[in-house]
Design a protein around this ligand. Structure first.
Ligand code: ADP
Ligand code: MG
Length: 383
């Protein structure tokens, strides 16, 4: 039996052959890094920031001349955790270089020396330290930066969900980081983030330490044209067919939001047999099933929301894209309580990242959730 890798990857590293487009964006990332400049990448979650960074890290221009590091700090709450993540990432990435690396690493970052352990089963070195054992995070951070600056190659450090540093309780985090980063000659940085207003505040408010310290890349959806080409090519490679019209319909339903369309085409690819053509009916069924598979999650999300927030969420889902949500007509149309209660509820939904706003147009953040709600409370999405 022949096994085929599903070409529509929905998690983890996307190998070159399954990576769609991003040609312009990759050029820009590589050019910025090659010039020793720092870069901020902003997009909604699941649009492809991590994928783009990993893709660029694998290109010869970067791979052959740099050490590359990637940390996601979404789940970190303190500078200590940040320092732990960064230290561990450098250790894990460079460990294959062997003993000489290990000696250098722990002699320069002496405050992390307690983390050096030998795995009891394999005998190989591991990085193992309790967060509580990092006593002076700022000092360890300084040692880490010194280490990167002394490396025998240029370094690139990508920090995903960078806006999270704004939530650390320690004072002056941004100033501390900025001071180190400014001094780096051998190390470039990518700051990626999905909370646009927080990211913009960090990099574009004149009162903040990171003001004007980066080039900005706003990552949008892959273009419809490129995505149609990509989908049809991979179907054809496996002797399957799908019309440009159908791909376009699905693309538009999700506005090309990468993870969502990838999920649907992953499903359609496996449901379409060799020498067959994917039909509209099959696609409709697959989308409905996909969305419904998340029902338990959506129900529990809803059950945790107070009544006022649920009401406005339903109203937004019904509209798909809702504008003027605090206006009289909108409130009346959807039977909402009052302007002030809508304002409060909207803010809470934004903080929980259940909805997003772009120039005062509101939308349910999770596109499957949005369609699921519009099926229940609106006219639904079916073609
Ligand atoms: N250019 C691409 N081609 C194909 N799949 C991609 C591409 N970029 C991202 N993906 C897929 O989309 C999903 C979301 O991308 P990701 O990079 O994790 O988004 P973000 O970091 O913005 O949240 C990933 O699971 C990945 O499989
Ligand atoms: Mg990411």
């Amino acid at each position: 039996m022949r096994t085929v890798t599903n070409p529509f990857i929905t998690g983890g590293y996307v190998p070159e052959e399954y990576f769609c487009d991003r040609v312009q964006e990759s050029k820009e990332v590589i050019r910025t890094l090659s010039n020793g400049n720092n870069l901020a990448i902003i997009s909604p979650r699941r649009m492809g920031k991590t994928g783009l960074i990993e893709h660029c890290f694998h290109q010869p221009e970067i791979r052959d001349h740099n050490y590359t590091f990637f940390i996601d700090i979404y789940a970190t709450d303190t500078l200590k955790e940040f320092v732990y993540k960064l230290g561990k990432e450098i250790f894990d990435t460079l460990k294959p270089k062997g003993k000489q690396f290990l000696d250098g690493f722990f002699s320069m970052i002496s405050s992390l020396r307690p983390a050096f352990k030998l795995d009891s089963a394999t005998g190989s070195p591991t990085f193992d330290i309790g967060i509580g054992e990092i006593h002076q995070a700022a000092f360890t951070l300084e040692e880490i930066f010194k280490y990167l600056e002394s490396a025998d190659r240029q370094c690139v450090v990508a920090i995903d969900e960078f806006q999270q540093i704004g939530k650390y309780p320690e004072k002056n985090i941004e100033a501390i980081l900025r001071t180190h980063i400014q001094k780096c000659k051998n190390t470039s940085f990518i700051f990626a983030g999905s909370q646009r207003h927080l990211m913009q505040n960090i990099f574009f408010s004149s009162s903040r330490p990171f003001y004007q310290s980066v080039s900005l890349l706003q990552l949008d959806a892959i273009s419809e044209e490129e995505y149609i080409r990509f989908v049809r090519k991979h179907f054809a490679n496996d002797k399957k067919d799908i019309s440009a019209e159908l791909v376009s319909k699905i693309y538009l339903l999700f506005e090309g939001h990468t993870w969502y369309v990838q999920n649907i085409f992953n499903e359609l690819f496996s449901l379409t047999a060799e020498n067959e053509t994917c039909t509209f009916a099959l696609a409709q069924e697959a989308i409905a099933n996909k969305i419904d598979s998340y029902r338990p999650l959506y129900q529990s999300t809803l059950s945790l929301l107070p009544e006022r927030q649920k009401e406005i969420l339903y109203a937004i889902a019904k509209e798909g894209k809702a504008s003027g949500v605090t206006s009289g007509p909108f409130i009346k149309k959807h039977g909402l309580l009052s302007q002030s209660s809508v304002q409060t509820a909207v803010k809470q939904l934004l903080d929980k990242e259940i909805i997003t706003s772009e120039e005062n147009v509101y939308q349910v953040y999770d596109r499957f959730f949005g369609l699921w709600l519009s099926n229940l409370y609106g006219t639904g999405w079916r073609w």
